[in-house]
Design a protein around this ligand. Sequence first.
Ligand code: HEM
Length: 713
Amino acid sequence: MTTPVPEPTQARKPNTNADPGHPQGTALTTSQGAVLRDTDHSLKAGPRGPVLLQDHHLREKITHFDHERIPERVVHARGAGAHGTFTSYGTGSRICSAAFLAEGVKTPLFVRFSTVAGSRGSADAVRDTRGFATKFYTEEGVFDLVGNNMPVFFIQDAIKFPDVVHSVKPHPDLEIPQAQSAHDTFWDFVSLHTQAQAHAMWVMSDRGIPRSFRMMEGFGVHTFRMIAADGQSSLVKFHWKPKLGVHSLVWEEAMLANGADPDFHRRDLSDAIKAGAFPEWELGLQVFEDNEGQSFDGIDLLDPTKFVPEELVPIQMVGKMVLDRNPSNYFAETEQVAFHPGHLVPGIDVTNDPLLQGRLFSYIDTQITRLGGPNFSQLPINLPHAPVNDMLRDGMHQTYIHEGIAPYHPNSLDGGCPYQAGEGDNSKMPFIDFPELVAESVKGRSNPVSFDDHFSQARMFYRSLQAHERRHVQQAYSFELGKCASEVIRARQLQALANIDVQLCAAVARELGLPVPGADTEVVDREPCPSVSQALGSWPVDGRILGIVASHHTEASVIETLVAAANHAGFQPLLLSSVGGSLADGSPVDRTLLTARSIEFDALLIADFLVPVAGAKVDSDTKAGAVRPPGAIGFDPRLVLLLQETYRQSKAIVAVDQPESFFQDLGLEGTGPGLVHASVPDAVPGAVALLATHRVWERFDESGPVPKDSARA
Ligand code: HEM
């Protein structure tokens, strides 16, 4: 007998008090629906008490509150989610029978982005890998693509996952540092277990501090298998390509953001969706022949510490994802969503990657604890949109009222239902476990020899970066190792760097004041793959934040023109002035000099300079460092601070109809790259041109030639 399938509604059913504006009704009730008169006072024997045990409302309210928290995820605890739709181009159906990859099919989905190491309340802009997990509610069941923003992982075998996670989590004695890899235990593990070096290199690069979730690539990491309608198998790697390009914060911004706006990435995502600047990615596949060795050009496709450069195997796009709706309840959706790499649909299967194989066990297991029992797939956010007719029964928090008496197969008492594919009237496409040949072998705890290469891809990645990106990598290693107390650990990691790149090792050793070791391992040189650099190309400015600095005396027509042009160009403009209120055109001030910080803006237009106002007094200013440089007499010191930070962060500043000496007066280099004078009509186009490459990297001559000793021979 078929199990009734609950509606995939997101909200609790309206009660009888409901009106359209208040789906839960307007009257306050108990959890049993009895209307309440007073929730402000406990039931007492007289106004001075004591409180009576019979107060069922008090007990229900406090008891429920006492149990509001559930365990946070053991990893990826900090995250943000959004709803959207995937539209298939149909190109994937050549190699995959999954219905959601057929041409024009639209599939609703939910995405959760996350950091790995930090607790649920930790800051967003920490240096870390980001999770990128997508739940496709397809007509054939849920497909979860549970990936990261980096294509390689720390370990090759799931049995090492507890080890790497214990090493990056805070030290167990004092539980510090929070959400950081810059500490002894992490580098102790990574320097000993050198298969982690390639992923560590990605984390030390700018990829470890993304500008926005909207500007991250996503990777399925493992090699998966796709099966075509005719049974033909291909090996594939999944890629998400962001429309806005891949961009990062600079380290100063990341550190400021963690203090000034710990919700930096979460806010950026929801603000963009609210503003209608819907984040977009294309889903792409690298497709490999399913050959016996399951390798490509010497890269073992079952080794999750390796990736295949796009230069060798181009990515074929199969569809587009648009995120267009914020969650309406963080807990119900973003916190309770449960991803699992084993949520697969017909046409997609796993490979023997030993990391993936362990993951297939781990996710359900952890979710039974996290979500309080085995029925979490019935939660609205996890509920498949395809009909569910399993024979799973009972358990904590069972919400289905199953019918029938024979939840077993085969049966005759329920008429043989549920039917397997091909039985009764069930002609649906079943999930296929691909009949892969398993080579004759000997049981044991070992890896293929190809897994022993721990350095060649770290070197390839580093040497594919632009000069300024390499300097950021050098600084990141120097910072992280500089935070390690143990000199033994620092020296051991320097040894790993010596095997990766001599010049990188020397630069870090110089910062640490330690000798430069020689390489102790022979490492294969691979062709660089410039596609891993974030610096090449130019990108749309959709949804980027343009700060427009105006005073309460700035002409209404100037503000109107700049805001209209910014909106037209696709920016999210934010008006910034000395204090709050409205500007001459009636627009509300979005940020004041007290609430604004450089991190929030991708570029600045200065429509008016701001003279010091009452709150600008340096002595009482709440912004450390808001000092006025010599010469900048007429400016509010907080404006000076804002512009100096923006300048240091290599972002564009456009002075609109300001005197030639404007930048010098602020203590900046008068005519450096990215410091532009423009008329009102030219100001926004000027910002678009500068922001298309994300930053003005040439400002500090960082795009200079690649240091010789690090270049490929
Ligand atoms: C390529 C390697 C891996 C990737 C890309 C990856 C990715 C992710 C992502 C994106 C999440 C967050 C899901 C969410 O937003 O709810 C997550 C959570 C998790 N991962 Fe992984 N992971 C990897 C390896 C592993 C391994 C090897 C294990 C264990 C053997 C593991 C265990 C977990 C657990 C227990 C959670 C928490 C799940 C929950 O509480 O809902 N992961 N992982």
